[in-house]
Design a protein around this ligand. Sequence first.
Ligand code: UN1
Length: 527
Amino acid sequence: MSTLAPEDIRITYTSQSADMDAAHRFFDAALAKVRSEAGREYPLYIDHKPVKSSEALLDDASPIDSSLILGRFAAATPAHVDQAIRSAAAQKGAWRRTPWTERVALLRKAAQLTRQRKFELAAVMSLEVGKSRLEALGDAEESADLIDYYCEQMVKAEGFVTTMSKITPIETNVDVLRPYGVFVCIAPFNFPLALSAGMSSAALVAGNTVVYKPAQDTPWTGLKLYEIYRDAGIPAGVVNFITGKGSVIGDPLWQHPLTDGIVFTGSKEVGLHMYAQFSKKWVKPCLLELGGKNPAIVMDSADLDMAAEGVMRSAFGLQGQKCSACSRVYVHKAVAEPFFAKLVERAKAIKAGDPTERDVFFGPVINERAAKKFDAVAARAKKEYEVLLGGERLKGPAFDKGWFVAPTIVKAPLSSDFFMEEFFLPLLTVGVVDSLEVALEESNKAEFGLTGGFYSKKQEEIEAFWDGIESGVTYVNKRSGATTGAWPGAQSFTGWKGSGSTGKGGCGPYYVSQFMREQSRTVIKEG
Ligand code: UN1
């Protein structure tokens, strides 16, 4: 019998199946437990108290089987939003005055609970998002690492208290970073734990109180995060949990006069709307991580097997629904045909199916809207371009109850808007370029600037790629994912241009400080 505990098994998005045996056993047990809990009703949590809404409950259906209702969640109203923000505002003084070392201790406990519960968390995400086991376990593991990494930032900076120099002998000067107050945290469906945990834990450890709204498609994972914070001992009112329709409670959350800051990951459209409207009487922090239209460039010197594998993984992992997904490839004309052949061969071999099953790589897209969007984009691709693979919904007993579409590769001329528009679907557009210069020019035409991948054996080309590419996260010669897989403390996840608002990324060394403002403290001691 294995005496391994869940927290002893460490899984990233790129773990190999060889290290996965024990993980599969834990996952199977967690999946059975989580399935047996499906269909329950859940309230909001404000001030650590359950709060019901008189609005109709919202069904949380699995994208794997839309008749499987995972839970029925309260639909908050603007009045609940007001209650939650007021609760967070009432606690901001006490939380700010809690010594940072105590905040760090509580959040480290949250990281530890996340590790202990990671298989259950992963099982919930697999059912709720349609993540493969590896993607779901990676998400849970990343969440724990994110919380710990942000705690470490407080520790390293000694609470962001810095003794400054003196301009006279009688003064003492100290620079302190202090929290803003109430942060509204609005998360997306695709990394429902990691992005929620990352954004909220950074706000909390910095000393802000939080009102957290998970995506409408992933309230169960959101609730699991709230429970982790509560069980870790984060006090009442410091973190509040609100579910409901984005169209009803999204704007009221950040437009509330007691909201001091926003941290949001989601679409560019919503992010820009917030950014333009948020600051009225003074400028408030609006930390946005928006979408991507991430290119990979394959040069003639590239290892084509490596490039095809990396592109396939980043284009089709989590069904292309990552801000970091690779959604376009520019291939040097000298290697275009063999590269396309290798890419299609690998994509054809993808195992699609129920993503809670062992060894399935490719699950459903998140909901009916996404599947219908795929239908429309695929229809256009067939009419206007060359479809190298896919272009259809997946059919058969494993697929008919859910939102399954085929991994799709489209070859298009460089002038096509398929190279510019973010679809957030497993649809990769490929094109042929004459040179690195053209590849960079085309890459940079997009409004987004999140991640970028490059395959070449020539150092001068690699340098030119780094110099020219307008992306915050770059990867060279990465087989396990051309544009995906940033990890806390290893790759800062910074969106340039339309992909972000601050020029500093989650997972990176400057993240926590963005949730604070400086106060300079000078004391004069005469005589
Ligand atoms: C996202 O892509 O939506 O880098 C978030 C990655 C993961 C996910 C980032 N850390 O691929």
